[in-house]
Design a protein around this ligand. Structure first.
Ligand code: BTN
Length: 322
């Protein structure tokens, strides 16, 4: 009902609408209408109203509310089914549960804040208000070994969305960090669930520091991160960023399903800040590999040229540009 009320007010382009007009269009009484308006006010919508001229929408909250995302969403299936939380432990946790229960491909889970956001390698992911914390459920028919390709594909989609929308100098650090300059603005955590030799579902978790105040981050983290707000010196509109990303993500994922991963990897290479850099990759058990990053394989492994000239494939690890 609230969405229908908003639809009427948005359709009138900020002009006043008589209450009787809304009640008759929606077949509700005035008391119900006023109750719904009050709930919308609690979500951050602001209205002007007077008995003579009716009601006018003057401000919408800059929150990633499902209605605001769906209003300008141009996708066929990615993001058409949205689960929204103002606070949740981790959107990836909810996504996994919903996927187990049979949620369709393209379902997304979005939260304004996460209390136990998870990063790669078991790290905590700080998720205050202002960020875009989102997970997408996918059901690709691929062997589990190809799941890392989805992380690379998602990195390309996020980088393109930020570049298109804000014209910032966006790059990708292997395997999945989105950078502006040399600072991280987005991380991706892909979690796959396989039954026998095929994937049952994949949850792709995306964390974008959109309107986040990074000054509140711990001082060691502050040095290496940024936010869109910090780069642009103004708040960005969360729903617009999500719409742009979901459209690019759907197009890229459709390409992926059609077998065009090599082309996507080509885009990854062009946007990569890792290829051509000297890097240090910290692997498990304290092992460190250093060299120049010279390429990436179709499986997403980084190819390093070691100081002795040998080539070495690195499948996973934490990568530092040195
Ligand atoms: C990383 O770079 O370490 C990956 C960070 C991934 C964070 C996102 S935020 C939405 C989703 N939910 C989580 O708990 N993590 C991912």
């Amino acid at each position: 009902m609230q969405e229908q009320i908003l639809e009427i007010l948005y359709a009138n382009d900020g002009k006043y609408v008589l209450l009787e007009e809304i009640t008759s269009l929606l077949n509700i009484n005035e008391k119900e209408l006023k109750e719904n308006i009050e709930s919308l006010k609690e979500k951050g919508y602001d209205f002007n109203s007077s008995p003579e001229v009716g009601i006018q929408l003057v401000e919408s909250p800059n929150l990633i509310l499902p209605y605001e995302v769906k209003r300008g969403l141009e996708t066929d299936y990615i993001g058409q089914n949205i689960h929204y939380f103002s606070e949740i432990d981790s959107t990836n946790n909810v996504a996994k549960k919903l996927a187990e229960e049979g949620a369709p491909e393209g379902t997304i889970i979005i939260a304004e804040t996460q209390t136990r956001g998870r990063g790669r390698r078991g790290k905590q992911w700080i998720s205050p208000a202002g960020g875009v914390w989102m997970s997408i459920i996918l059901r690709p028919q691929i062997p589990p070994s190809e799941a890392p390709q989805l992380t690379l594909m998602t990195g390309v989609a996020v980088a393109k969305a930020i570049k298109n929308k804000f014209g910032l100098d966006v790059g990708i650090k292997w395997p999945n960090d989105i950078l502006i300059g040399s600072r991280k603005v987005c991380g991706i955590l892909t979690e796959a669930n396989a039954k026998f030799s095929t994937i049952d579902y994949v949850v792709v978790g995306i964390g974008i520091d959109a309107n986040v105040n990074t000054e509140n981050f711990p001082s060691d983290v502050q040095k290496s991160v940024t936010s869109l707000k910090k780069e642009l010196n103004e708040d960005i509109m969360g729903p617009e960023l999500v719409q742009e990303f979901l459209k690019i993500f759907e197009d890229t994922y459709n390409e992926f399903k059609e077998g065009n991963f090599p082309e996507i990897l080509g885009e990854w290479r062009r946007m990569s800040k890792t290829i051509g850099s000297r890097v240090e990759v910290r692997k498990q058990l304290g092992k460190i590999v250093r060299g120049e990053a010279v390429g990436i394989t179709n499986e997403g492994a980084l190819i390093l040229e070691l100081d002795n000239g040998n080539l070495r494939k690195v499948i996973s690890g934490e990568c530092l540009h040195i």
